[in-house]
Write a protein that binds this ligand. Structure first.
Ligand code: HEM
Ligand SMILES: *[C@@H]1O[C@H](CO)[C@@H](O)[C@H](O)[C@H]1NC(C)=O
Ligand SMILES: *[C@@H]1O[C@H](CO)[C@@H](O)[C@H](O)[C@H]1NC(C)=O
Ligand SMILES: *[C@@H]1O[C@H](CO)[C@@H](O)[C@H](O)[C@H]1NC(C)=O
Ligand SMILES: *[C@@H]1O[C@H](CO)[C@@H](O)[C@H](O)[C@H]1NC(C)=O
Ligand SMILES: *[C@@H]1O[C@H](CO)[C@@H](O)[C@H](O)[C@H]1NC(C)=O
Length: 402
């Protein structure tokens, strides 16, 4: 009797276990997975919404775009119904472009900054001077020496999107998503990009001339311009950390070498050894051939180009292959900032404190703050709902507004 009971219990237990396994595995498997995925996304979304709300509550009122980083109608995965594959199309096309041109990430990062800083992330930076606007009063012309890169690559991604879902995904969202993906491909930190941005119909040349900081601006001016966009000192120092990657045309630093702001002297804030290295690097490549390519290149950091380029990595005494690390800040501590505007972060006690903070660990703090700053920058002054339009070609406003 006792053995029978035991066997019965055993059987029951086995049946119970099997039924539990079956119920988990078969009927609900897909639903379960889907639910888990959504829950994860929602959690992520909530976490960042809370973060953004907290940030907006502590932001200084009275700025031009005082609550620029609120969601403003942006949503997590805005295209899930109208174009479910949108984000994966951006990701795969970006990956393909990156394979051919792995410095495109840095061009895009700068392009996003230029777009978002002028009237918000509305793809206004793409508009060109066709369509009757022949007077060159467009944002693209206002960027120092028209050196913005990545415009054509965004057009390529946008074409792929329009092949799959015609007229659905905006240029502004394409730029925001592609830049995030490009940063991740280049070894930078991931951050969530909310979508639903729409494109402006206008370009804003005067604002771009006035409100994009310049390479020789002093720290007072830089902090003023960033605060107008809702960024505090810490965020400004953090965003300038984007200069840990990419390249800089020698034109932008030439004036630091000899007669700096009419003083007759080189910029005193440059470390003297670094000054010589920079002079050498820029002078060396000044001997250009007739076709404009660089004649002699002693440094493999130099690139065939009509004018000399300095790479951010050159400013590190120990070149590390690492990207999106904190060598930018460590260099500033030693007077090795490439642009005057970079080195100026050491000229103000508050910003210098943040520089020292970012320089002091293994780069974790910089990267964590950078993902937050990028969320905030990507959400600056966006057009959502029925405002703006969804352009077909990013360089041209669409004729019929939706
Ligand atoms: C005070 C503000 C800033 C000034 C004056 C400034 C100025 C410049 C200049 C003059 C260049 C060289 C461009 C060239 O030679 O083609 C450059 C490059 C770059 N900037 Fe900035 N920048 C500022 C802030 C930012 C911010 C906030 C970001 C992004 C978050 C950023 C990202 C970049 C990147 C990634 C590059 C390299 C671009 C490439 O390799 O093509 N910059 N910046
Ligand atoms: C240039 O074009 C803009 C808008 O397209 C217009 O507001 C501005 O007055 C024009 N400037 C000149 C000098 O024509
Ligand atoms: C910083 O630059 C602005 C103009 O861009 C100028 O008015 C101001 O005097 C400068 N400040 C310092 C401390 O040099
Ligand atoms: C832009 O390029 C011109 C030459 O084409 C040069 O004289 C000027 O210094 C450059 N401007 C900047 C800000 O680099
Ligand atoms: C430096 O520049 C200023 C004005 O830009 C000029 O007056 C001065 O003569 C220059 N000095 C030298 C040594 O070239
Ligand atoms: C570069 O070359 C130009 C002439 O081609 C010259 O005027 C300029 O002084 C040179 N710059 C340097 C830094 O050697």
């Amino acid at each position: 009797m006792a053995t029978l009971m035991k066997r019965k219990t055993k059987t029951l237990i086995v049946i119970f276990i099997i039924s539990v396994i079956l119920s988990l595995k078969f009927p609900y498997e897909i639903e379960e997975e889907e639910r888990a995925r959504r829950e994860k996304l929602e959690k992520e979304e909530k976490r960042f919404s809370v973060f953004l709300q907290r940030e907006s509550a502590t932001s200084s009122p009275g700025g031009v775009v005082s609550s620029s980083f609120e969601l403003h109608g942006l949503e997590y995965d805005f295209y899930r119904q109208k174009c479910a594959q949108a984000e994966s199309i951006v990701r795969s096309t970006m990956a393909r472009i990156y394979l051919q041109q792995n410095d495109i990430s840095f061009g895009l990062l700068r392009l996003l900054f230029h777009d978002c800083f002028i009237k918000g992330c509305d793809a206004s930076v793409f508009l060109d001077d066709r369509n009757g606007n022949k007077n060159h009063s467009i944002e693209r012309q206002a960027a120092p020496n028209k050196s913005l890169r990545g415009l054509d690559e965004i057009e390529t991604i946008k074409e792929e999107l329009d092949n799959a879902c015609p007229g659905v995904v905006s240029c502004a969202d394409t730029l925001a998503l592609a830049t995030r993906d490009a940063i991740v491909l280049a070894g930078g930190p991931f951050y969530p990009v909310f979508t639903g941005r729409r494109d402006s119909t206008e370009s804003y040349f005067d604002e771009a001339m006035d409100e994009i900081p310049k390479p020789n601006d002093n720290i007072t001016r830089t902090l003023f311009l960033f605060s107008r966009r809702g960024f505090d000192e810490r965020e400004t120092v953090n965003l300038l950390g984007a200069h840990n990657v990419g390249k800089i045309n020698c034109d932008f630093i030439q004036n630091r070498f000899t007669n700096f702001s009419g003083t007759g002297q080189p910029d005193a804030s440059i470390d003297p050894d670094f000054l010589n290295e920079l002079r050498f690097a820029c002078q060396d490549s000044n001997s250009t051939n007739d076709d404009g390519t660089v004649a002699s290149m002693t440094s493999r950091e130099m690139r065939n180009s009509s004018s000399a380029m300095i790479f951010q990595r050159l400013s590190a005494s120990i070149p590390s292959g690492a990207r999106f690390d904190n060598h930018y800040y460590q260099n500033l501590l030693r007077g090795r900032g490439l642009l005057f505007v970079d080195q100026q972060l050491m000229a103000d006690e508050n910003t210098a404190r943040f520089v020292r903070g970012y320089a002091s660990d293994d780069g974790t703090t910089f990267r964590r703050d950078f993902s937050r700053s990028m969320v905030k920058m990507s959400n600056t002054g966006v057009l959502t709902g029925t405002r703006g339009q969804v352009r077909n070609k990013c360089s041209l406003p669409s004729a019929n507004l939706e």
